[in-house]
Every structure is written in C-alpha cells, then in structure tokens.
Design a protein around this ligand. Structure first.
Ligand SMILES: NCc1[nH]cc(CCC(=O)O)c1CC(=O)O
Length: 309
C-alpha cells in the first residue's frame, strides 16, 4: 500500500468540507489513505476585496504547491478556476456535481417574491446582481463578500443587517446548512455560474498512477455538463466582459443522452440580456458550448457592457 496521498487544501470551512469529502470517497473507493495539508493563500491573508486581488488568487497557491511537489493533489471549486489550461497540471476527476442552482436565505422564511419593495438583498457576484436587477423587484441590491457562513450571518446572525442573501446552494449544502435556505432559485430567474456546484480534482499531469487512481472519482455526466458550460465561458471571454451565466442539463433522449445547455449574458444593470440555448450529445459538449457562445455574441452579447445607468 502506498504512503498517504497529500491533499492540499485552503483552510476555509468550505474548502475543508470539499477536501474531506473527496478524501473520504477516495479512501472508500480505492482504500488509499489521504492526509490533508493546509495551504495558506495570499487571498486568505489579505483583507482586500477579492476583485482587487484578481481571478484565481485562491487557486494559484494550491497550484504552486502542486508544481513544487509539496502536495499530490488539490480539490477546487470548479467555478473558481480560470478558463485557460495550466501547464503541467491535469484535472483528473470531476466528481458528481451538487445542485448547481443559486439559493436564497431570507429572514422569516421569505421567498424572493415575498420580499417587500425596498428589502435589502446582498450578493457578491456581478452575475447575480445583474439578474436580480433584471427581475425588477425593486429590491435594494447590496454587493457583499466573505465566506458562506459570514454571508448567512448578515441575515440570520446577531448583527444581521440585510433581509436576504443569494449564494450558491452547493456551498450551503456542503456546510450542512440547507435547512436555512428559504428558496432554491429557478434557473429561469437566476441562471447559475458556469461550473457552479462542481469540483475539480487536480494533480500533476506527469503523475500517471495518480491520474488513473483519481479517475475513479470522475462522474461522466457532470464532466460533460461542466465542459459545455466552461467552453461557452472561455469563448465569450474573448469577445465580451459582461456577466455570464450557464447551465447544462443531461437528459435521456431517444438516441441516448442529450445535453441541453442554456447560456445568458446580462448587462450589469440588468436592463438588457441575451439568453439562448443549444442541444447536442455529451461527446460534443465543448463544441456545444463554443457554438452557443458564438450565438450569444452574434445576438449582441458583446454590446451589453456599456449600458449601466
Ligand atoms: N465564489 C466563491 C465560491 N466558490 C464556490 C462556491 C460554492 C460552491 C460551488 O459553487 O461549488 C462559492 C460560494 C458562492 O458562490 O456562494
């Protein structure tokens, strides 16, 4: 039996929960012992807003540790990964995805429709802010940041200062707090971020034994869905900087599995949006994503950035 595999993880409650889940399923399926190695990232040390630190701050410290052979593998929230591939590293598994939808945590058990005009609603992502504005509910949308627990505390904690927050259902679920969700938002109202709810299990591409071992955790339908959503995002990034949302569903068709990909680009003020969809086979997931991005650009997605009030 090989010595314990070193799984690098951030110290946040969500990162630890995700890393432990993957470690446990690896031990259960392959009998391999795994030890968690805590990696402190510049993002954890800094008080600056994530937007000022740039994309992927939480990811790069883990990747540096992988390339320096300080750890053997890492578990990322897939939606936090930059779209470009990373030299020397390989995503060996996409485990079965959690519910990708966004969730509302509101005071007094309220749903979105039950919040009164003027109610304060907090969320971090420009994608969610834009879609909340697009609903025209006359809510006061407040940008917030921080980890999942501190965002829920803004509504339910002793010093609560907001009526509601919107966050990824998957993060709340992994922290065992689904009971506090007052509504899971329909993707027709709030289309999720590409790859939301999915994990990426990453190791060095040269570590062939480990690539194979970790491959046991891969869930093909989840990988296909994420591949379609991320291909759409990657293609759009070249042509458009407005908020992007995507959601792929797999269904059994007459001729085998079918993928149904929905995509949206929304102006930051929510005043304008382009929403389109495409279908195809899971084997063509990347092509479906690229084609949908081209459709969205064709329909004017690249012009949506300028329309703030
Ligand atoms: N941006 C932070 C982040 N990265 C992954 C998740 C949740 C878990 C997931 O989407 O897999 C969250 C929190 C949130 O968006 O509410």
């Amino acid at each position: 039996m090989r010595s314990p595999l070193r799984l690098g993880t951030r110290g946040s409650a969500l990162a630890l929960a995700q890393s432990r889940m993957v470690a446990d399923s690896l031990t259960a399926s392959c009998g391999v012992p795994v030890e968690l190695v805590r990696i402190v990232t510049p993002g954890d040390r800094s008080a600056a807003p994530v937007t000022q630190l740039g994309v992927g701050v939480f990811v790069s410290a883990l990747r540096d540790a992988l390339l320096a052979d300080e750890i053997d593998f890492a578990v990322h929230s897939y939606k936090d990964l930059p779209t470009g591939s990373h030299g020397g590293l390989h995503i060996a598994a996409v485990p079965q995805r959690e519910d990708p939808r966004d969730a509302l945590v509101a005071r007094d058990g309220k749903t979105l429709a039950e919040l009164p005009p003027g109610a304060t609603i907090g969320t971090g992502a420009v994608r969610r802010i834009a879609q909340l504005h697009a609903l025209g509910l006359q809510l006061q949308v407040t940008p917030i940041r921080g980890n999942v627990d501190s965002r829920i505390a803004r509504v339910l904690g002793p010093e609560a200062d907001l009526d509601a927050v919107v966050l990824a259902r998957a993060g709340v679920a992994r922290l065992g707090r689904t009971a506090e969700i007052t509504e899971t938002l329909d993707p027709m109202l709030m289309l999720p971020a590409p790859a939301q709810g999915a994990l990426a299990v990453e190791c060095r591409s040269g570590d062939a034994d480990l690539v194979e071992l970790l491959g046991a955790l891969d869930h093909a339908p989840s990988r296909a869905a994420v591949t379609a959503e991320r291909a759409m995002l990657a293609t759009l990034e070249a042509g458009c900087s407005a908020p992007v949302a995507a959601h792929a569903e797999l269904a059994e068709g007459d001729d085998g599995d079918e993928i149904y990909l929905r995509g949206a680009v929304i102006s930051p003020d929510g005043a304008r949006a382009v929403r389109l969809s495409r279908t195809g086979t899971p084997a063509d997931a990347a092509e479906i994503g690229k084609a949908l991005a081209a459709d969205l650009l064709e329909a004017g997605a690249d012009t949506l950035m300028g329309s703030t009030e």
